[in-house]
Design a protein around this ligand. Structure first.
Ligand SMILES: [Zn+2]
Length: 337
């Protein structure tokens, strides 16, 4: 018996998933609506870029009274999936399920951000790859930049520090004098909420479990070199549909309006209450889905969502079963044309 056939909860939603991987698009979408909340001071920036926090000027809300521009902190889409891919690849590595690539006379394991992806492992097949020597797979996990609910001015802080020298101290290794160069670091405050949707397109039940597991097991999204921020991902709904749903920005703006109404002020009161944010996200989801052109989507939340997530948690608690599933999914790519 295959591991896939044991997903009694997920298999209820089978008509929205693919039986097996196919090269052609089928228009089956699974959107995972997420609240990402920082649990410590966090710096989101593209690794090694040396840049500060990314902020963008966008419209605050969707009501007449809130259509004014504000700055929001942005977590780039690349940043989000890079973290989750790494978490998934650790698992594949542990079970020997990353493919190998021949580079010159060498056999190398599939690696991220190199010119030599294997094109055969679950990561390459789900999140996509482009090989230098030809061959490509479009990502079937679509993400967008995520925005902070509150304006940047309310959820960021800055700290100055003396730059360290090569030897990792504040003293010059040559003359022993203290560092005089001052750097400034801008960070996101703890308990800042971001809204995000990850859209999975044409995935199989096994691939769905893999991506969901990666989201649930990722907790460090900050810049690697400096302070690592802890982020908690809370899934508020899983939506099955035959078309793409609303954007992150629309959702953020609608929730912003609902929060203002609930709090009864002109500016958000931060830190925001988790339960209130979740309630507003649910309400905003319903409002925005009404504008969707397509077959009415199936929204899984509340108890039904709890059962779906529980099934994923159980799978990840049983290493042998999980390994079996990952092997099954990997094998399903073998006989592709
Ligand atoms: Zn690969």
């Amino acid at each position: 018996m295959s591991v896939t056939s044991t997903f009694t909860v997920l298999n209820h939603y089978r008509e929205y998933l693919l039986e097996r991987y196919d090269n052609f698009p089928h228009g089956r979408y699974v959107s995972v609506i997420l609240i990402r909340k920082t649990e410590s001071e966090t710096i989101f920036r593209t690794e090694g870029s040396g840049e500060g926090l990314v902020k963008e000027l966008v419209t605050a809300g969707r009501r007449e009274a809130t259509r004014e521009p504000i700055q929001r902190v942005v977590i780039s889409k690349r940043k989000q999936t890079a973290v989750e891919r790494r978490v998934g690849r650790e698992l594949l590595r542990e079970h020997g399920l990353l493919g190998t690539v021949t580079v010159g006379r060498e056999q190398r394991p599939c690696a991220l951000n190199t010119n030599a992806p294997c094109g055969k492992c679950i990561d390459c097949m789900v999140y996509g790859y482009a090989a230098g020597g030809g061959g490509a797979q479009k990502s079937r996990v679509m993400t967008d930049d995520a925005y902070s609910l509150a304006p940047a001015s309310l959820v960021t802080g800055t700290r100055t520090f003396n730059a360290t020298f090569d030897n990792g101290t504040m003293r010059n290794p040559f003359d022993g004098k203290p560092s005089t160069s001052i750097n400034e670091d801008e960070y996101v405050l703890p308990e800042t909420h971001f809204l995000d949707t990850e859209t999975l397109k044409d995935v199989t039940p096994g691939e769905f479990q893999y991506v969901l597991g990666n989201i649930l097991r990722s907790s460090r999204y900050g810049a690697i070199s400096s302070r690592q921020g802890r982020v908690r991902n809370m899934i508020t709904a899983v939506i099955f549909s035959d078309t793409e749903i609303f954007s992150n920005l629309e959702l953020t703006q609608e929730v912003y309006d609902l929060l203002l109404e609930a709090q009864g002020g002109n500016e958000l009161d931060v830190p925001l209450n988790d339960a209130l944010v979740e309630r507003c996200v649910q309400q905003a989801t319903d409002t925005l889905l009404r504008d969707l052109v397509g077959r009415p989507p199936l929204v899984v939340r509340g108890e039904a969502l709890g059962r779906l997530l529980e099934e994923t948690l159980m799978l990840y608690r049983e290493p042998e079963r999980l390994k079996g599933l990952l092997e099954e999914v990997t094998a399903s790519y073998k006989d592709l044309p």
